[in-house]
Design a protein around this ligand. Structure first.
Ligand SMILES: NC(=O)C1=CN([C@@H]2O[C@H](COP(=O)(O)OP(=O)(O)OC[C@H]3O[C@@H](n4cnc5c(N)ncnc54)[C@H](O)[C@@H]3O)[C@@H](O)[C@H]2O)C=CC1
Ligand SMILES: CC/C=C\C[C@H](O)[C@H](O)/C=C/C=C/C=C\C=C\C(=O)C/C=C\CCC(=O)O
Length: 261
């Protein structure tokens, strides 16, 4: 499906899952803004994507998503440069149990802020044309591990926030679909930080159990996560959906009991 004329903003897009998603969006002819903290990685990513897709299709903005004003500026620069915004992927995430406050800021607070900024630029409430938001959670929200308690809490939070906002979008006719993606283990630099005491603090002692889970469940390639992401972006029937991606079941959806008193 062509996304010609569509403009996407991807946080944490310079490497790992975000980078694979940026690649897929460019392959579908979207314009893409990569928002990432890592300047060197972001500049290298942009240079490689310019070489592959031609200049003018991809921009890199260095930004710490946990700095609310900087994130606001990144959204505004996107609209100033490309004239519109249609797709927002709140993907940037860290796994730091030692500096757990930072983990909450990046993984949860910034996803909430990124969702509100996306709505300001896309929602019919603000006179805009609509769009789609995907917030990245994790299978850790369903199968927790003592190795990463605060990370797990943030990923639960992303699901709850996203589903509630998706309901608000329907009820108040924002014209914006809001969905959540929960990958299992994916082969990215983040996953390799599992053994790092600097990140995991005292919970590093559970690393062998965590690695056994990786062996048991398998490790996915970022390209499969990008495939799931493209489905969430293009399937206009989806709102409030919780997509899971695992080695055993591939791309599938979590189902919830209907709410009852
Ligand atoms: N790799 C895995 O096994 C899984 C990852 N996830 C989630 O997927 C998302 C992406 O993770 P990966 O690609 O694996 O990680 P990664 O570490 O490979 O890439 C994350 C990117 O986010 C950027 N970033 C980090 N903090 C930032 C900040 N404050 N502001 C702006 N950019 C920042 C990094 O510079 C990096 O480019 C995260 O939300 C993660 O929690 C979910 C399930 C599994
Ligand atoms: C230091 C580690 C850093 C962070 C990244 C995290 O590891 C990542 O976000 C965590 C992933 C956790 C995955 C946990 C479980 C995976 C389960 C499966 O793959 C399959 C199990 C059941 C499938 C059931 C279903 O799909 O409904």
């Amino acid at each position: 499906m062509s996304l010609t004329e569509k403009v996407a903003l991807v946080t944490g897009g310079a490497q790992g899952i975000g980078r694979a998603v940026v690649q897929s969006l460019l392959q579908s002819s979207a314009k893409v803004v990569v928002v990432d903290l890592n300047k060197a990685c972001g500049e290298q990513c942009k240079a490689q994507l310019d070489a592959e897709f031609g200049e003018g299709n991809c921009t890199f903005i260095q930004c710490d998503v946990s700095d609310g004003d900087a994130l606001q500026d990144a959204f505004q620069s996107t609209v100033d440069q490309f004239g519109r915004l249609d797709i927002v992927i709140n993907n940037a995430g860290i796994a730091n149990e030692k500096n757990w406050e930072k983990t909450i800021q990046v993984n949860l607070t910034s996803v909430i802020k990124g969702t509100y900024l996306a709505l300001e630029h896309m929602s019919k409430e603000y006179g805009k044309e609509g769009g789609t938001i995907i917030n990245v959670s994790s299978m850790a929200a369903f199968l927790h591990s003592p190795h990463q308690p605060v990370y797990t809490a943030t990923k639960h939070g992303v699901i709850g926030f996203t589903r509630a906002m998706a309901d608000a979008s329907i009820q108040d006719d924002y014209g914006v679909r809001i969905n959540v993606l929960c990958p299992a283990f994916v082969d990215t630099p983040l996953l390799h930080s599992v053994e790092d005491e600097e990140n995991m603090g005292k919970f590093v002692k559970y690393k062998d159990d965590f690695k056994r889970s990786m062996t048991k469940f398998g490790v996915l390639k970022p390209s499969l996560i990008a495939e799931g992401m493209m489905r969430l972006i293009t399937d206009t029937s989806l709102n409030g959906a919780v997509m899971k991606i695992t080695c055993s079941k591939g791309i599938h959806f979590h189902t919830y009991e209907p709410m009852s008193a």
